[in-house]
Write a protein that binds this ligand. Structure first.
Ligand SMILES: [Cu+2]
Length: 154
């Protein structure tokens, strides 16, 4: 525990992240020291296949968010959003940097978590579990489990 295993293993850690949390527990992946606030999932309508979730991330050390999943969506991506000639453009990011002591805000009109292949709709008042994976400066993967409340868009 706590020993530096070298950059070579970071790809293996990331693979563990993709393989799911049961295996993660067996392999002893550390809990990420990242604070989460202002977190919510946008309420969705029946038949809607795509949704969004928002949160603010804070870390005392440089961290990178590399993977997000929830059991309520078939696929989850980190997206950025910018205006280009009056048109909203979304881009899929492989990872999102969280510089030390600088909150990174995922909010409507900006960065967000895009949720694809939704099953049942997100109803206001529900809690939705997410697993977030982060990479620290040494390349070690750490995870964090959070429950996000569903809210109607403001
Ligand atoms: Cu998006």
């Amino acid at each position: 525990m706590g020993t530096f295993r070298g950059m070579k293993n970071s790809a293996i850690y990331l693979l563990q992240c993709l393989l799911g949390s049961t295996l993660m527990l067996w392999l002893g992946v550390a809990q990420a020291d990242v604070a989460i606030s202002d977190a919510w999932v946008r309420a969705s309508n029946p038949g809607q296949s795509v949704g969004a979730a928002y949160l603010t991330l804070r870390s005392k050390e440089d961290m990178t968010m590399v993977y997000v999943e929830t059991e309520r969506a078939g696929n989850t991506e980190i997206h950025s959003m910018t205006m280009q000639n009056g048109i909203m453009k979304m881009r899929h990011l492989e990872e999102l940097a969280i510089p030390a002591n600088q909150p990174v805000k995922l909010a409507p009109g900006s960065f967000h978590l895009m949720l694809f292949e939704l099953g049942r709709p997100f109803k206001a008042g529900e809690q939705v579990k997410f697993r977030l994976c982060f990479k620290d400066k040494a390349g070690k993967i750490e995870e964090k489990f959070v429950s996000l409340p569903v809210k109607a868009a403001p």
